[in-house]
Design a protein. Structure first.
Length: 199
């Protein structure tokens, strides 16, 4: 391999490295604000990037759509707060037409993997926080301290607040008959209409 070939190889390697560095795929971010009506967040990327030989903070990314379950007339809405740590992914193409219109469309620009086409895909456990106080082998919706939660296991549902815990197991549930085993710590008042009030 001659000198010209070596120089061409080095040039190509540098070019490829720069190209890879310019492609945004995903990033760890911190939420700076949350709009629950529009389901968007403003976020600050946490990984500094190399700029002119120095590591610099990246600019914030604004009005990032939040990924959630929304289908069949139902929505599962997460509640996000300032300071939450999460992840964004950068879409392959300009998302303005598809997200705004909600249907197939041509990209409005030739952007690819741009920070302006980020989607917030959810928060993650970061820092010193650890999940505690929740039942094992269950799916839960809970407060961070584990004092209030709804947990679903393979054979029961557990509802807990700071003072009361109720466990529900059922073999048959319909509008006319219910076969349930209920364990209750506290007082229970049952009123007409099938509503149960826990005190």
């Amino acid at each position: 391999m001659g000198l010209a070939d070596v120089n061409q190889y080095n040039y190509q390697r540098i070019h490829d490295d720069k190209l890879r560095e310019s492609i945004c795929v995903a990033a760890t971010v911190q939420v700076t604000s949350f709009d629950p009506a529009k389901m968007t967040v403003n976020v600050q990327p946490l990984s500094k990037h190399l700029e002119n030989g120095k590591y610099e903070s990246q600019p914030p990314i604004l009005k990032v759509p939040v990924a959630l379950t929304h289908c069949g007339g139902f929505i599962f809405r997460p509640w996000i707060k300032e300071g939450d740590i999460g992840t964004v992914v950068y879409l392959d193409h300009d998302m303005d037409a598809t997200v705004t219109g909600g249907k197939e469309a041509k990209p409005l620009t030739e952007r690819n993997h741009a920070t302006t086409d980020a989607i917030f895909v959810g928060a993650l456990v970061a820092g010193s926080y650890t999940v505690k106080g929740l039942p094992d082998k269950s799916i839960c919706i809970a407060t961070e301290d584990g004092k209030i939660y709804v947990a679903v296991t393979k054979d029961k549902v557990i509802v807990k607040n700071e003072d009361t815990t109720a466990e529900f197991t059922a073999t048959t549930i319909d509008m006319k008959s219910t076969d349930m085993n209920i364990t209750l710590d506290g007082n229970m008042t049952v009123k007409t209409g099938g509503k149960i009030y826990l005190n």
